[in-house]
Design a protein around this ligand. Structure first.
Ligand code: FES
Ligand SMILES: [Fe+2]
Length: 410
């Protein structure tokens, strides 16, 4: 790949090819629980510094971070039912960016008009707050199944990862890394710590396959000893374009959401739904809890004795923006080639004035968007389910014991 194509694929600022494509989608910028009524939160998305706030009446606002007067940050602004007031001289802005008041100035509508700030849409769904930075009319916030399911237990893991979003997404269409990174490498690491490791991940891939569908790419695999009859091939699981992966097995259903904060920082969310075994009701949750997924210890060494820690280690180790002019793609990288092609095709669509794939504008299409995902991953049944909890980021969840019980594994 040449440098120009790499720039086109990776950069997310305003006016860049990928930045303009990504601005056609909604991204989570906070968990609902992180923004109580009357408070603010600094947010950075697609290189733009913003402040998110929740008015006492519950309404959300998302505006540029720096005040139009003399650039003080609105992050420490006071919030009321009209909007947010800058801490420096009290200029007040509503959630549409209109300047309502300049306390030290006489009324002057023209001046107020000049003081208007950038404002964006923010909406809440399933315990997350989403933002849309693109042109109007905005598409609908997609009601993907996990965000709207009933009778499930939810939690949200989070980590800030110092690398470009695309190398994380490329990992989602790279099935064979599983047998080495999460199989042989993880086993080697854990052996050295005298920790046991189940053998699921080590199984060799005898076939991999990819199909583009309306919302992204379905990823399939056949593992040694298995066949195309297995769910890993029949159903597989999807990359949901452009920044999500759907993973899990019976009882555990998850979106991994990779939010491009800027060119070299990605906010990673593990948004999980745990579905109870038959006959049990999930406890009612007033709010969805969040937790930090650690990937470095106090000495800043990578934590690599669990599956997601291994993934994060390789993403970061590839470099802030991995140099694709120096890579050697082989046949097992076919998913990565496909994803890059798809991204560039969607860039062309946006430049031609069309909506890219997955953008939803019709309410009737947006009641609950369901994705297929294997229920018996690696044909591993309950044993895999139990071990996947111990070997994944779920080991850090504040709900871990509750999850194990809910899934009938206690
Ligand atoms: S800098 Fe915001 S009111 Fe002066
Ligand atoms: Fe992985």
């Amino acid at each position: 790949m040449n440098g120009e194509k790499q720039e086109r694929l990776t950069r997310v600022g305003p006016g860049t090819a990928m930045g303009e494509l990504l601005r056609r989608y909604w991204f989570p910028v906070a968990a609902s629980i992180e923004l109580t009524a009357g408070t603010t939160r600094a947010v950075r998305l697609l290189t733009e510094d913003l402040v998110l706030f929740r008015q006492p009446d519950g309404r959300l606002g998302l505006v540029q971070r720096n005040c139009s007067h003399r650039n003080a940050s609105l992050q420490c602004g006071l919030v009321d039912d009209e909007g947010i007031s800058c801490p420096y001289h009290g200029w007040k802005f509503d959630s549409r960016g209109n300047c309502l008041r300049m306390p030290a100035e006489a009324d002057n509508p023209k001046l107020l008009e000049r003081a208007r700030i950038r404002a964006y849409r923010a909406e809440e769904l399933g315990g997350l707050i989403f933002a849309y930075l693109g042109p109007e009319p905005a598409p609908l916030l997609p009601r993907y199944d996990l965000f709207v399911w009933d009778n499930v237990l939810r939690d949200i893991g989070m980590a800030t990862i110092p690398c470009n979003w695309l190398q994380i997404m490329e990992n989602s269409v790279d099935p064979t890394h599983v047998e080495w990174l999460h199989g042989h490498h993880l086993t080697g690491v854990r052996d050295a710590n005298r920790q046991s490791t189940p053998g699921w991940y080590k199984r060799h891939h005898t076939e991999i396959g990819f199909d583009v569908f309306d919302y992204g790419i379905v990823k399939r695999r056949v593992l040694e000893g298995g066949s195309r009859e297995d769910e890993d091939w029949q159903t597989g699981h999807p990359l949901i374009f452009p920044v999500m992966l759907r993973v899990g097995t019976r009882g555990q259903h998850r979106f991994q959401i990779r939010v491009p904060v800027d060119d070299t920082t990605t906010r990673h969310y593990w948004y999980s739904c745990y579905k109870p075994v038959d006959g049990i009701d999930a406890p009612v949750q007033r709010e969805v809890p969040v937790y930090e997924v650690p990937w470095q210890d106090e000495q800043e060494n990578f934590i690599v004795d669990y599956v997601d820690g291994g993934d994060i280690m390789v993403w970061v180790s590839q470099g802030a923006i991995t140099d694709r002019t120096k890579e050697l793609l082989v046949s097992s990288d076919q998913g990565i080639t496909l994803l890059r092609r798809l991204l560039l095709e969607q860039v062309d669509r946006v430049q031609a004035g069309e909506d890219p794939m997955g953008v939803i504008r019709d309410e009737a299409d947006n009641q609950c968007i369901t994705f297929a995902q294997e229920f018996n991953k690696f044909s591993g049944g309950d044993a895999f389910l139990r071990e996947a909890i111990e070997l994944s980021h779920v080991r850090y969840s504040p709900l871990k014991e509750q999850i194990i019980k809910l899934l009938g594994q206690g």
